[in-house]
Design a protein around this ligand. Sequence first.
Ligand code: HEM
Length: 483
Amino acid sequence: MALWPLLLLTLGLWVLVRKWALLRLGTSLPGPWAFPLLGNAQMVGKLKPEFIFLVFTEMRDRFGATYRLWLGPQLWVFLHSAEETRQALHDPTLRKAETFLQLEPLIGNGLLISHGAHWTRQRRLLTPAFQPQLLRSFAPDIAGHVERLVTRLAATKGAFLEVTDPLFACLLDAIVDTSMGANLNTQSTDHSPIINAFHLSSKLLFKRMINPLLASDWIFHRTKLWRDLDEQLQVIHTQMESVIGQRAKELEEMEEAPGGAHNLLDTLLLARFEGQKKLSRKEIRDEVNTFVFAGVDTTTASMSFVLYALAKYPETQSRLRKELQELPLDGLSDPDSLSELPYLEALIKEVLRLYTIVPTTGRQTTRSTEIGGRTYCAGVTLWINMYGLAHDKLYYPDPYAFKPERWLEDGGSAPPAFSYIPFSGGPHVCIGRRYSLLLMKLLTARLVMEFDLELRPEQAPLKLQAQMVLKAQEGIHVSFLKR
Ligand code: HEM
């Protein structure tokens, strides 16, 4: 009997010793008052998505550039300076934040959340599937999907339309076609089950990620949220397995493997490692889902803000049109011609700054490391506030104003490296960044030459909401009037 108090005391001491470095670090950092044991979990759990990143940015004003939150025993530290961000993104001892591992049911151990030797192998394998020359060869197929979108928009005859859904369908079709060689044809159906499944699963996964009470798998797997998610995941997995299976069969029936550069799916199916080992179907599905998950929603959100900006600022719209009118006849679908256009480039850069599509990203310390002159012990989650950096008046004068000109040659001094990182930076920099820029340029150029864009008068001002990616809370309503 007398052993119990001793055991409890020993356990308490053991916890204290193990967490001592974390406790010491947490108490040395400024941050809001934290409840014993719960910390700030209650406050974070209650935050509405539309306020999350604004609250984090506002706390920066209150507590300084580096502050902390406690989520129960977990310590979250928010980094804000460009230099700290650069150091964190290059630190090889950091992993993706544990919160992101909750995406596992959808993307398994795909590139976005894997680490170590597996990540290195996969990143090396997949990088050639995004090389500029191969991407350029995608242009005619992408242009076909853009034409289908143009037809859909023309049919609205200038009525106001929420742009996210048609953009999502166009980009999903274009990305799956060019990176996997399959035609999903979601643009020709009004209610596509696969689109619905991606939307819903993304929403449900995010709901879990921002609720510290659902962090444990044991608890989560007993909730209705999990059952709803599982239902949608079955739709996605069945569809993607069919795409993979069909292409695997085609490749098997070929006498020799196709030559030249391979798209994403062929790269995965043809990969051979030591002893001719192939990737398993599950590994291939994880990567395929990763690319759809990481690529479609982000590029859709970016494009919807491009259309918003064009509709809201008619002078930007006409300046871009003027630049595009100087292109040769087939220039609108020629990636090389489009890459030469400074105003188109500046417009997209400014949209990605002002509407930072991925507002934050997170990393986990795995051992003691130094960032920005401060030592962090193992077990700390470091949050990088890309939105905060892109709206810091230290780096961008008049940071909340839309000014594509700031990116032109005579637009003033360039902001410091790592203050503008819409695609992140360091070894985990977005592998699809050139791909998404190509998609955005082809879409923007074609739409602005085909239509006059106008914003619904009651649309402005936008209320931004951080879900998986930044979105307009009430959507973006634009009219497309044929020119
Ligand atoms: C405007 C569109 C896009 C934006 C804003 C964007 C943003 C990002 C960001 C911020 C990261 C890094 C996350 C981190 O450091 O934790 C990332 C990683 C990634 N992105 Fe993108 N992305 C876009 C489009 C795409 C596209 C089109 C694809 C592929 C089809 C893609 C695939 C990926 C993958 C696989 C990673 C993980 C890379 C790694 O960790 O090695 N993204 N993206």
